[in-house]
Design a protein around this ligand. Sequence first.
Ligand code: ASP
Length: 594
Amino acid sequence: MTFRDTAAGTLTTADAGSTVQLAGWASRIRNQGGVMFIDLRDASGVVQIVIDPGVHSEAVDIRREFCLSITGEVAVRPEGSENPDLPTGDIEVTVADLTVLSSARALPFQLDERTEVDELVRLQYRYLDLRRPRVAANLRARSTAIAAMRRVLNQAGFLDVETPTLIKSTPEGARDVLVPSRLQKGDFYALPQSPQLFKQLLMVGGIERYYQIARCYRDEDFRSDRQIEFSQLDIEGSFWGRDDVLATLESVMVEVVRDVRKIELETPFRRLTYQESMDRYGTDKPDLRFEMPIADLTGLFASTEFKAFAGAVEAGGVIRGLNIGGQEMSRSALDGLVDDAKDAGAGGLVWMVVEDEGGLRSPVAKFLSEAELAGVRSALEGAAGDHLLIVADRTRVAADVLGRFRVRFGAPEGHDELNFVWITDFPVFEETAGGDLVAAHHPFSAPVDVDEMATSPATAIAQAYDLVLNGSELGSGSVRIHDPETQQKVFEILGISAEEAERRFGWFVEALGYGTPPHAGFAVGIARLVSILQHEPNIREVIPFPKTQTGVDPLTGSPSPVDDYQLAELGIDLRPEVRAARAEAAEGEPPPGA
Ligand code: ASP
């Protein structure tokens, strides 16, 4: 039996008079007694089919989402019954043969786009959710994006190489997802946080140009733009420097955006150093669809009488300001900004409003000199009605708080415009709250200057770069360390003892000792890219089977308990307190079916 010869969504008036066979789902059903209209949906779209229940008596039992195959003639719709909202709205198909391929149970939710459905329910029935146009369109866009990536890289001579997913840990700074080994009881594999070390080994192995759509796993606390498992476009090249990576990624992005969004991007993308970005936009992932720069006002208040400002500067901090433009804001809304700033970690926030005569209205105006007020207005280019925000704090805090306000008041809705920017020259290391140094990117990125890294690690610059789109970090990369001595030096600065370095990375450092070519690479998070291209605020919308914020898959119920014999085979026992907590939780659960 054949099921169909034509895709429902492709029919037009040009097909009128021809006989077609279609297969799909009954997405809307109207039974008007003598005649039934069904919107038949397949992956290509929807077309109205018309059934005479007098001829096809089984049709009256058809419910939403029954799966059907029909044969019929394409007809131009009678005048006045066209549907301008439907691409096939000028025609319909008059059914001659009807086969119900399978019936459908009562649906847990309506599949039309107008019905808002709780996300947990959507995920529990993801296979039904996928029938809705929005998620289906997102998966199509994702596929289009990946196809473009592969096309560009295949043409450029890259090899698509798979790397293992049961590995020894790769340090990307997150917690590993561990997998117990049955054959080596007590030992564990880690799932890759990225293929980082394997792609570098491919370079040692002479593969020169590598890419992969790689699955990566990071056991981090979930945020709206993170998942425990995700896909990256991962690339690496030998005899490459930074600009080779950037140019390659730009050529990939141009094709992806052209295919998904029909927009021609201009290259090269803008570049900013990390420092410029932090100073001017308060973040290393600036949204540059709008300017709204942060200005440094520290010099202006060098000898201020205003204690809050003077104190911050004395403590080695800065005073920075932001002009958020004309806003409709009440006094209490302005005071609310002060609370928001405090929530974000600042000691406080000063707001000022530029008055028509050019003066500044502010709760602190009386503590500031005329010259200081005039200086603020001119540094922030304040015009009448503009709202100015000032933070006096540690550099990082001032940047962060004003950076947040900048996005809150400046960022446009949606992603009609796409603004790509490279952030370069990241520091090699970052200080944790506890004062330890950790790799800002990962420990395999090359410093610009090895000696500088050794003598002043806290300020040393790495040959590392990020790609940012509309204020979201799409991915990062770097020129790699390709000699064992520098690699060891980095481990040392990170406080990894020689023994630990040997145990964890000895195999890798050894590989670097066999004539490793200079190499560099990058990785782009696919869901994040596609979600922006698709105007989706949440990456789960572009992931076929995502997990919730708590790492749960409501469809299959994973993660879930395993049988004791499975644990025994792995040589694993749950800790008593874990067992007890689980038993207690199970007792509190309602009986199945309640
Ligand atoms: N492995 C890095 C990451 O996953 C990317 C890279 O440096 O190529 O972020």
